[in-house]
Design a protein around this ligand. Sequence first.
Ligand code: ADP
Ligand code: MG
Length: 397
Amino acid sequence: MADALRIEAVGKTFRNGAVALQDVFLAADAGTFLVLLGPSGSGKTTLLRLVAGIEKVTTGRIVIGENVVAEGSRHLLPERRNLAMVFQDYALWPHLCAAENVAFALRRTGLSAKACREHALEMLDRVGLKGLAVRFPSELSGGEQQRVALARALVGNAGLVLCDEPLSNLDADLRERMRVQISELVRDSGSTAVYITHDQQEAFALADKVGVLEKGRLVQLGSPEEVYSHPASPFVARFTGVATELAVRVGRRAAAGGGVEVELFEPTATRPVSAEAGSALEPGRGALLARPSAVRLCSPYGTEAHVSGKVVDVAFRGRGYELTVELPSGSRVSGVVSAERAARGGRVGLALAKAGCVVYATDEREVEAEPSGVEAETSDPLQEPAALRQVALTGDR
Ligand code: ADP
Ligand code: MG
């Protein structure tokens, strides 16, 4: 399938010297959803504005369909790029009613005013706003305004639809309904979508492909399943919902992507944990990042548990409970699912599944930055942390 969009070695430095993007490569297949995920300031909006033609690239090139739309001094104007945008703040014309806002997108098509209006009404009907066509934006709720904006983006059958955090101003329940609607309508239209968000759940729910941006660089690109199961760095893991990080000892060298057995620096640890090496590992200290789905509650006394700890929080989640368990070192494991309400302060065992546990080499700077005290006892990664073991065991009873 042809790429609907290709971004090659694109960089953007603003006139004040701010480097917003560096060396970004991306491609989106026609008719698919590419979701760009990243924290605030990571360059998401800048990238979308470069694709739209609202900003000029500093380096690299952008190809939409067969057309090179940006490269060097070449810069095709936004209206020549066959794309439509949906913004976080809707960006509707306040002096035009809903139907006129949608019809406005067809003004250059050569259709008669009557035909434009008919198409606009049809599109408003499809987004569920049939009766509200004559209302002005100020007479519509946030969700309704965003549906007008969506109708406006889809009515012209643009090949490429760019969405900049379209749901972030909406309430949680409406956000989920709108997400489903956007997905359905854009996919039905056959358009390719580039959708940006800082919300990992939204990204995973929508995407055919997820790109993760960190400080202006694309640090991972893959299917939601790939990014979820094999995050390329601790940053990606943390940003896509890993809440648990535990210090471990790596016994043997391991290649990135391979299996590795590690020991937890916890006095209650009973056996090694199998995990995936997220980066190339040398013997020594590492960081184990575990997704909630990898952690299972079990008896602290049987052979199943890798480690045991104390329940410090019990959150009722409707389908069950989510526990936060504190290990003797003070590290916490959160999002542990339990069918029953557990007692705060109770002792529980945790079993860690290999799928969802990734080990990274510990960044030396992070080790140095760690407070002295408990960590100082274990500064030799290959030495048994015996002192720590005793302190914690007595303190835990
Ligand atoms: P995001 O959408 O991921 O929050 P942005 O693309 O808006 O991030 O911003 C990326 C970086 O570029 C930020 O550091 C931001 O301050 C900077 N930036 C964005 N627009 C401009 C601009 N017009 N002039 C200077 N710096 C900018
Ligand atoms: Mg932004």
